[in-house]
Design a protein around this ligand. Structure first.
Ligand code: SF4
Length: 586
């Protein structure tokens, strides 16, 4: 007999380079000591931030554009299955092939199969977050295929055997002289006298890549947007290397997350205004490439798109968190984030760093994924990311929501089937605090430690080192010196001696105090009354001046009319003279 299982389908979480190997706290602790990194990041983020503010300030309808972007993305999330099928139908009808990948491994395998059919050992690539997410380069290398990055910053990262630290400027953590050193070590045929002048470095890269563009038959790209009603893919870029990859090879394989769709071409218009302004601080990006299927004799004839889930469906199922899928990868949130600016991109352990990484990575992998559960805490909740986001993703709200999910998961209230994790340091500290504050004897015992605390504080009245579990607190902040006496002791003593004290020398003279305060109250009352009077008079004066202006208006209008009449008669006279000269020429 066949058994049919009823119930909800299994949730598939994302895999690949979105799972941190180390917690944010411990990685960031090390990165904070890297002063060069902080200087590079500070300079780069502040420069982009200023450029962005200038071009955004030029648009009177910027807020309307943000609202439109947010609403289009909400529509996409609500109609995702239908739009994906529409995209697939249109892309296929125009000669392309559509592949569906559940996770990073499936996506990489599909790409490998297509590359193998072409019998090549090298492919060229345009920068793509989706392939970084799946770890495609490393995977292909294991299979004996080398993937050459053609974006300048990606090329620097690849040659330096490094990891990207920013969505848009992957080598933001490197300065010019570091880049020169990498080129000298790794770029074949580079001029040994090359300087760290950006133009010279770019020229060297151009020479190196030109030959790769002409030689390779297979290219790999990502996609910024997919238009459902025409089956069009779009890439926006600044260097032109993308245009070469997208047009010169015979075979083009594009990786696209399923959330990157927009319903129509008209919707694309909104994002093509939002993206360049928010990312590079430009009014328009230099290269926008769009392709809708195969055109005989022009561009790649073997066209593939891999539509990748990799945890996006799981993120979509989270009502509050799904807005993270609206992200257009502009990186504006990173450039304004005080935590990112100090800790750098590598500390997030995922290809998605900064505020968006702090919510997107745990949403894709599930917040229960051990090392990603520290990411929602990588924020001061200042809200700067929300203000900067061109599609209004409320990152602070999602961070708080994910922190709640993390706490629930640790206490056995997470996703169905999630086991309670072993208590961590924070659980132990909280359990100890709970026991102490709910038991008077234990609290009394703890209070006996106050003199020792004062002794530890020393001359500067601060405790700046604690041992063991609680040492994490004093690593980044000081604890003020404890008081001489616990409040409970003070209260006990003063309550008991209260009547005696009032009768004794320390007795408060209530009458004198009241008399003094009464004088103070009168003084304050008079001061407020005089301020209020000044304000009233000022307002009346302003109102009178306004009335005068209004009365003057008809007068100004009369004078303007007269002036206008004079001007008209002058102009008629001049016109007559001009006509006369014209007639004279004829
Ligand atoms: S979350 Fe918003 S600001 Fe950050 S990268 Fe995505 S779209 Fe840009």
């Amino acid at each position: 007999m066949t058994v049919t299982q009823l119930g909800m389908p299994k949730v598939f979480h994302g895999t690949g380079n979105i799972v941190a190997e180390e917690s944010f706290t411990s990685f960031a602790g090390r990165e904070l000591k890297n002063e060069q990194l902080r200087a590079n990041l500070g300079f780069a983020t502040h420069t982009i931030r200023e450029k962005r503010a200038n071009v955004v300030g030029e648009l009177p309808d910027w807020e309307d554009l943000r609202t439109a972007g947010s609403e289009i993305k909400q529509e996409v999330m609500a109609r995702l299955p239908e739009l994906l099928e529409q995209f697939e139908k249109n892309f296929t009808e125009r000669g392309g092939h559509v592949h569906w990948a559940r996770d990073a491994d499936e996506a990489n395998q599909i790409a490998l199969d297509i590359i193998r059919e072409q019998e090549v050992e090298e492919v060229i690539k345009i920068k793509s977050m989706a392939t970084q997410e799946t770890g495609l380069n490393e995977f292909l290398e294991e299979q004996g295929i080398s993937a050459v990055e053609t974006d300048l910053a990606e090329e620097i990262v690849q040659m330096g055997e490094d990891k990207p630290s920013h969505i848009l400027v992957p080598a933001i953590h490197r300065n010019r002289s570091e880049i020169r050193d990498i080129f000298l070590k790794k770029m074949p045929g580079v001029n040994p006298d090359i300087s760290d002048n950006p133009a010279e470095l770019a020229e060297a890269s151009r020479h190196h890549l030109r030959e790769k563009f002409f030689r390779n038959k297979v290219a790999i790209s990502g996609a910024n947007f997919g238009v459902a009603d025409s089956g069009t893919l779009t890439i926006v870029e600044s260097e032109g290397n993308g245009r070469m990859c997208l047009t010169l090879p015979d075979t083009l394989i594009s990786f696209m997350g399923i959330e990157k769709l927009v319903p129509t071409f008209q919707d694309l218009e909104v994002f093509l205004q939002l993206l360049p302004r928010s990312s590079t601080g430009e009014r328009m990006n230099p290269y926008t490439s769009m392709w809708s299927g195969v055109t005989p004799g022009d561009g790649p004839q073997n066209l593939h798109v891999i539509l990748m889930d990799n945890g996006r469906t799981a993120a979509l199922a989270d009502e509050m968190g799904r807005q993270a899928l609206h992200c257009i990868r502009c990186s504006a949130c990173m450039n304004v984030c005080p935590v990112y600016e100090r800790a750098g991109g590598h500390a997030y352990g995922s290809v998605y760093p900064g505020p968006i990484g702090a919510i997107l990575s745990p949403l894709l992998t599930g917040v229960e994924a051990e090392e990603n559960n520290s990411l929602p805490y990588a924020s001061s909740l200042c809200g700067a990311c929300y203000e900067a986001c061109p599609v209004k993703i409320n990152i602070p709200d999602v961070l708080v929501h994910l922190r709640g999910k993390d706490v629930d998961a640790k206490h056995g209230k997470g996703e169905e089937g999630t086991k309670r994790q072993a208590p961590d340091q924070m659980d132990a500290i909280m359990a100890g605090a709970k026991a102490m504050f709910s038991n008077s004897k234990l609290l009394g015992l703890a209070e006996r430690g106050l003199p020792a605390g004062r002794l530890a504080a020393g001359r500067d009245h601060k405790i700046n080192w604690l041992p063991g579990l609680v040492g994490g607190w004093t690593k980044y902040r000081d604890i003020p010196e404890p008081p001489k006496q616990a409040f409970r002791h003070w209260w006990k003593k003063n309550k008991k001696n209260g009547s005696k004290q009032r009768a004794g020398s320390e007795k408060v003279d209530i009458d004198a105090l009241m008399a003094k305060n009464a004088g103070l109250a009168d003084q304050l009352h008079n001061q407020h009354a005089s301020e209020a009077q000044d304000q009233r008079e000022g307002a009346e004066k302003q109102a009178q001046e306004l009335k005068k202006e209004q009365r003057r208006d008809p007068e100004i209008a009369r004078r303007e009319n007269e002036l206008l009449k004079d001007t008209e008669s002058d102009s008629a006279e001049n016109q007559g003279k001009a006509q006369g000269s014209q007639e004279g020429r004829d």
